[in-house]
Design a protein around this ligand. Structure first.
Ligand code: ZN
Length: 190
């Protein structure tokens, strides 16, 4: 089921996710819904906070992004990225590696807002999968960037926090409008 995506200005986006203690039927349903929602929005990643749940849980799928390559290694060996998609990462822990490089980013919680963000070029990832298995890999390219963006969400960190101050100043009117719109919609519901 496609869920509504929470936009900037909703307080849940600033909440640190709680650890997922067990893969319950409810968590499985949430993951299925997050995968549907990500696909529907044509996103490469979606964090639980973006569907209103502050949990250490994110999904990713870079298969549609054919113009921006991704690399993935398991035990130091290159693996077929497409064959590993979609990724479901429960309680992920990351260690960024390599030189910080700029790259374009957007976010489903910030419609039509884009900026170059500087992040380390790769990332070591450890997480639990949907079957309770341990997942361990290194990701680079778009996937490396997307994992870092999503794990930021799980900690309440947003890509605007990592923009240059010049870029953020330039986008401030749009950010203010989006925040006001989200807050007005929330006030209307209560
Ligand atoms: Zn995002």
């Amino acid at each position: 089921m496609v869920l509504p995506i929470v936009k900037y200005g909703h307080p849940v986006l600033r909440q640190r996710g709680a650890k997922v203690e067990a893969v319950t039927p409810e968590i499985r349903q949430l993951v299925a819904d997050m995968l549907d929602t990500m696909k529907d929005a044509r996103g490469v990643g979606l964090a639980a906070q973006q569907v209103g749940r502050a949990l250490m849980l994110t999904v990713l799928d870079v298969r549609e992004a054919t113009d921006r390559p991704s690399t993935m290694q398991v035990d130091g060996q290159d693996v077929d990225v497409a064959a590993r998609m979609p990724l479901v990462l429960i309680n992920p822990e990351i260690r960024p590696t390599g030189t910080p490089v700029p790259g374009p980013e957007g976010c489903l919680s910030f419609p039509e807002i884009y900026a170059d963000i500087i992040r380390p070029e790769g990332v070591e990832v450890r997480a639990t999968g949907l079957e309770g298995e341990s997942i361990s890999f290194w990701a680079g390219g778009l996937l490396g960037r997307a994992v870092q963006h999503e794990v930021d969400h799980l900690k309440g960190i947003l890509f605007i926090d990592r923009m240059s101050s010049d870029k953020k100043r330039e986008l401030q009117p749009e950010l203010d409008d989006l925040q006001a719109e989200t807050k007005a919609a929330l006030a209307g519901k209560s």
